[in-house]
Design a protein around this ligand. Sequence first.
Ligand SMILES: O=C(O)CCC(=O)C(=O)O
Length: 334
Amino acid sequence: MLQQDIDSVFVKYFPHSDINGTHVHVYPKPPTALEFLRTSIHPNRPALIQGGFEHWPAHTQWTNDYLRSKMGEATVTVAGVSTPNGYADAVTYDPVTDKEYFTMPHEEHMTLNSFIDLIENKSVSENANYISLQNGSLSSEYGAIAYDVDEDIQWCSEALGKKPDAVNFWFGDDKSATSLHKDPYENCYVVVRGQKTFILYPPTEYYCMHESVYQNAIYEPHPSTGKLELKPLDSTTPWIPVNPLFPDFTKFPRFAHACPITVTVNEGQMLYLPALWFHQVMQNGDEGVIAINYWYDMDYSNSLYPTMALYRRLITGVIEGNRDLLQDEDDDSE
Ligand SMILES: O=C(O)CCC(=O)C(=O)O
């Protein structure tokens, strides 16, 4: 009975497409910092900015040949997962142990030339390979081409009152996708080449996400065959198990109430993805898809962060019985 009461309260107040809207605000050109602050940051609403990056040398120069010529011999970090799944950090069923894990990719180091060979199908891999290292990968691994993009997005920095915490370089193809999650960052995500599709849900729909706590596992190559296999680890991660492309409503009935907003970000466009919005990301583009994103630390002084931390502990910790979560001090991830 208690569960039913809780369900009806959440369904009544939270997932509402009439409140959340079914589309993102579109700015045909970069807004002023004030307009951006009022229309998007303050209400914590996503937005698509359709231009304003034409002056980046990257916009015209970042062909595979150019990248090879600038840093083809440099060693880069590539996340590998077995296909057809293609999701790096995601809840994955392992038939060997008959169990679901939060799986992390195998981190491989190779030259950028070798990576581009994979993207161009000049060499083959059984895996989905994705350059998706975060925490400031543009300066740590791509210094040779970092000056082809702006150091920050001036009107975003002005509106947010800070500089980005990290600027990341993403390079992949349609074999790789990013599973549904959220981040404690204001995310200014610029597509340089190809196309990205984001499926978004507002933080208020946390209840629908069926987040749970999973044992971790990491992909590791088998010593003789080299085939990636899952190795269970002695740690856990809270994560969302639903794939919005193929939702299993029998297993995840609350997800039926979620109201997605799907947005396609084309070359030369930017998605403003507000802090703590859930997102799943797919990509496509013939010669590989490249993006740069600017992560600005979220504002911890308003009610969004503590409210979400409270939901997580009440819904996933208390109601769903993931007791580990109640002891977990670090709520920053996912
Ligand atoms: O581009 C992607 O695959 C994922 C992007 C993402 O999850 C992020 O920027 O937080």
